[in-house]
Design a protein around this ligand. Structure first.
Ligand code: ZN
Length: 88
């Protein structure tokens, strides 16, 4: 388990949302962190849940879009979350 902290300018993976009919699977897309959102409260809960939500510039092959409040999910890689790029 990495203990990296997200910071502006880092490159991560954003998990695209697959289409509801399954025609498009969710996939890892390159994304650059554009902002790290402050955690609420004293941070103890946020620490248990992992890093703060971040804002991303998501780079798709067809174009790019911007996303705010993106949650970190290292294991499940649910659509709409980000994670550190897998080592290959
Ligand atoms: Zn990935």
């Amino acid at each position: 388990m990495t203990e990296q902290q997200p910071s502006v300018g880092r490159t991560v993976h954003y998990v695209s949302r697959g289409s509801a009919d399954g025609a498009y699977a969710s996939e890892c897309r390159a994304a650059i962190i554009t902002a790290v959102e402050p955690s609420e409260g004293d941070g103890s809960l946020a620490n248990m849940r992992g890093p703060e939500p971040v804002s991303l510039a998501v780079l798709n092959p067809e174009g790019m879009f911007f996303k705010q409040g993106c949650r970190h999910s290292e294991g499940a890689q649910t659509g709409g979350t980000w994670h550190w790029p897998e080592r290959v």
